[in-house]
Design a protein around this ligand. Structure first.
Ligand code: A4P
Ligand code: MG
Length: 168
């Protein structure tokens, strides 16, 4: 099973407002431009049925980055990108132009007022695990000691579909 090294980070991207495909494409470019940060791999884009209140379908993806920042420093950088995309926080799990969540940060376990890593619900979410399985099926989830693909196989994948190039 693969393990993330120090500085290897998985970020989940999600959007369901204001041209979500463009929001994600732009966000990948902005993440790649962050100081002290390299974009190592980007998954394809997936459509997904919303979890939470009634709202438009989402576009989801994941990125593997290598960052020299601390977890909280990286969170600051990702929130600045969300802000530049006019992200508004009105409702928990509500519609958004861009959501950037730190899913895994090396083998670190963090639980404080600003940050929970591994992300608290990642193991229940096919819209995170399916794109991550596309990149790294054998990657170990440090808090569960199972691989990403093993964890995905425990979930229903009916609410998530790959977006073909023609639909993008
Ligand atoms: N925070 C704590 N841990 C983290 C982390 N690992 N990464 C804190 C990023 N932020 C983290 O986040 C609220 C606070 O969480 C931040 O200030 C940060 O300090 P937020 O982005 O303002 O709110 P949120 O995203 O609504 O909260 P949450 O609980 O992260 O929601 P989720 O889990 O991201 O769910 N349905 C589909 N199909 N696809 C989606 O992408 N996303 C959501 C949002 C709901 N339904 C969805 C999707
Ligand atoms: Mg979020």
């Amino acid at each position: 099973m693969q393990r993330l090294l120090d500085g290897d980070v998985i970020v989940a991207l999600g959007a369901n407002l204001d041209a979500p495909v463009q929001q994600l494409r732009q966000a990948f470019g902005e993440i790649a431009q962050l100081p002290h940060c390299d974009l190592i791999a980007a998954s394809s884009l997936y459509g997904s049925t919303p979890i939470g209140p009634e709202q438009p379908d989402y576009v989801n993806a994941v990125a593997h980055i290598r960052s020299e920042c601390s977890p909280h420093g990286l969170l600051d950088q990702l929130q600045a990108i969300e802000h530049a995309h006019h992200r508004e926080r009105k409702l928990r799990w509500g519609a958004r132009t861009l959501d950037l969540d730190i899913i895994l940060f090396g083998q670190q376990r963090i639980n404080d007022a600003r940050l929970t890593v591994p992300h608290v619900l990642m193991h229940e979410r096919a819209f995170v695990l399916m794109p991550l399985t596309e990149l790294y099926p054998d990657l170990m989830l440090p808090h569960l000691a199972v691989s990403v693909s093993e964890q995905l196989s425990t979930l229903s994948c009916t609410g998530i579909w790959p977006l073909s190039e023609s639909s993008i």
